[in-house]
Design a protein around this ligand. Structure first.
Ligand code: G6P
Length: 608
């Protein structure tokens, strides 16, 4: 997904912009560029492909003289990933350069209008209209031109604007797309993501929708949509620089898999005090919880699958019906919602466009909202009535791991919390499940420790064309995420199927040596899943069973086994996902795939 950076100060801008873009690489992109202002001219450098190409082209940014500039990583939406579609874009008179994240929804009309007025377009992007509007509205006052331009734009944007007439002064504007100003001494920065800022400063201003900032080396002024100054708090970025780096692992994904016990502990532990669950100032009263007659969970990707797995715990413990809907579908589905509906929104980034739109739609229909989010101050967190943060820290690998498990742990926490508060759980059962929940970080570590055979197992999967993941109930939910991990990073076709549905179609595809991964960690459906293993074995499948230790009954059925520690069935999905993440990881590694940045995928999907 696109990323923007900007710098103005006493150092050469080029190398700083490139380093900032490098930090944004993890978001996914297909082209990149920088524009640096020097002596009334803009030096523009753009490349298709990796930022390393930009390093080469500009001698690490040193070939572009000048102390102020803007940079961009682009993930193609309007127009192919090419040099001419890459940002920054220049005005026809060459005086202005802009970078943009988001989508200008009314760009077609604006483009027509600008062409009629004689402006010439170099790219197919929606973005280019912005720079021509700025040129059109500029009469010596860049601030006024920015206000008038933003007033014409519909859609979402984080914009960075540079002008040769004012070589030290940059503008940055935000509407529905993240934008953070970094404050230095004698230098200032902006970026779409704190990871691009932390090497330089930890003092940050988080921009709100409708605001724009004027940035010089010594001063940052934030304005509202009309141009009146807005007083902003300076926040401290607490993320550790090391935490955003690989810490000795060959890939961020492996590092993040290994971090899961700690991340789940950091998420759960502060919320369990004296054997009661507390939701850091986001508590519900018993009356509020009793008033809820339906829970709707919405999210995209793995966050959606966390919802699918968490649903079982909420229904079992809180006894309220839960439906889990993909945000991209929910937003257009005319949902039946009222003030007795609790909408749970799950998002690692808090910036996923469909998730935000579904959330807005449901809120407008009266739903109360609870967000489960990793990025503090993100759009989802801000829109929600209540937010429970997952303390996973920065997640860099595109394929989420610790994001997913921390989301699931919060859903478990909420299920037990709501059951306790409403008296829908016996004391003994509550105590047992609370202890089990507290022990989940240990179980996750054991799951990692039990996975030593996975690199070897992965060798045989690397040469397969498709893999089926089967299971029932909580196992079926884990199968969804397991299959997604496999296809995302190894590019092997992986399909998850509730085991009881095999007979209704998928079993037709089972033939000799077809790999099937059978998840058997849920006691309540164990016998049933075992029967399904027998069925696929009878048709020649190679079965790898994932089950808890000492479950010897499966030994005689499956070709291979992976063991995980035993936990209560309610929480089984979180424990069994670990070997599935590792299997996907090592299979992709065996195939030589670009694990942290899989092709065509983005970390944060901020456009529809
Ligand atoms: C992208 C990421 C996934 C993530 C999904 C939802 O597809 O690659 O890992 O699950 O977006 O993102 P969110 O930030 O809303 O959890």
């Amino acid at each position: 997904m696109c990323g923007i950076v900007g710098y103005t100060g006493s150092a050469q801008a080029g190398p700083i912009l490139l380093e900032g873009l490098k930090k944004l690489e993890y978001r996914g992109y297909d082209s990149a560029g920088i524009a640096v202002i020097n002596n009334g001219e803009i030096t523009l450098s753009k490349v298709t492909g990796r930022i390393d190409n930009l390093y080469e082209k500009t001698d690490g940014g040193r070939a572009a003289p000048g102390r102020a500039g803007i940079g961009h990583t682009r993930w193609a939406t309007h127009g192919m990933p090419t040099d001419y579609n890459a940002h920054p874009h220049l005005s026809n008179d060459g005086r202005f350069a802009i970078v943009h994240n988001g989508i200008i929804e009314n760009y077609a009309l604006l483009r027509e209008e600008l062409i009629e007025k004689g402006y010439h377009f170099e790219s197919e992007t929606d973005t280019e209209v912005v720079v021509h509007l700025i040129e059109m509205y500029y009469n010596g006052d860049l601030k006024r031109a920015v206000i008038r331009t933003c007033g014409r734009l519909q859609g979402s944007y984080a914009l960075g604007v540079a002008c040769t007439d004012e070589p030290e002064r940059l503008f940055a504007a935000r509407e529905s797309s993240p934008l953070i100003i970094g404050l230095g001494i004698g230098e200032n920065f902006f970026a779409s993501d704190v990871t691009a800022l932390v090497s330089y400063t930890r003092n940050a201003i988080y921009m709100e929708d409708g605001e724009f900032a004027e940035i010089t080396p010594d001063r940052v002024t934030v304005y509202d949509v009309t141009g009146s100054p807005v007083k902003k708090e300076v926040d401290r970025i607490t993320w550790d620089i090391q935490a955003a780096e690989k810490g000795g692992y060959p890939h961020f994904m492996l590092k993040e898999i290994m971090e899961q016990p700690g991340a789940v502990k950091a998420t759960l532990a502060p919320r369990i005090k004296d054997d009661e669950i507390v939701l850091d100032g986001q508590d519900f009263s018993a009356a509020e919880l009793l008033d809820i007659n339906k829970i709707l969970i919405t999210a995209c990707g793995s966050a959606y699958y966390a919802g699918c797995a968490g649903r079982f715990a909420i229904e079992k413990l809180f006894r309220v019906p839960v439906s889990v809907e993909l945000a991209s579908e929910l937003r257009y589905s005319d949902p039946i919602i009222d003030e007795h509906t609790l909408l749970i929104v799950i998002s690692q980034s808090g910036e996923t466009a469909d998730t935000i739109a579904a959330m807005k739609e449901c809120r407008s229909r009266g739903a109360k909202t609870l967000a489960i989010v990793n990025v503090v101050g993100s759009t989802v967190a801000k829109l929600a009535d209540r937010t429970i943060y997952t303390w996973a820290g920065p997640e860099i690998a595109v394929a989420t791991t610790k994001g997913y498990t921390t989301q699931l742990s919060v859903l478990y926490l909420f299920a037990l919390y709501a059951a306790r508060k409403t008296g829908r759980i016996e004391d003994g059962e509550y105590e047992h499940l609370l202890t089990t929940l507290k022990n989940l970080p240990k179980r996750l570590q054991e799951s990692i420790d039990l996975s030593s055979r996975i690199p070897k197992l992965a060798k045989r999967y690397a040469h397969t064309r498709s893999i089926f993941f089967i299971g029932r109930n909580t196992d079926a939910a884990a199968a969804l995420e397991g299959a997604l991990k496999m296809k995302e990073i190894s590019y092997i076709h992986a399909e998850s199927y509730p085991a009881g549905e095999l007979k209704h179609g998928t079993i037709a595809l089972i033939e000799d040596h077809q790999p099937v991964i059978a998840l058997c960690c849920n006691d309540s459906v164990m016998e049933k899943t075992m029967n399904n293993i027998i069925e696929v074995k009878a048709r020649g499948a190679d079965v790898l069973a994932v089950t808890f230790r000492k479950n010897d009954r499966i030994l005689s059925l499956a070709d291979e086994m992976i063991f995980v520690p035993k936990t209560d069935t309610v929480f089984a999905a979180i424990v069994e996902i670990i070997p599935l993440q590792l299997l996907a990881y090592y299979t992709a590694r065996e195939k030589g795939c670009d694990i942290d940045k899989p092709k065509n995928l983005a970390k944060s999907v901020t456009v529809e």
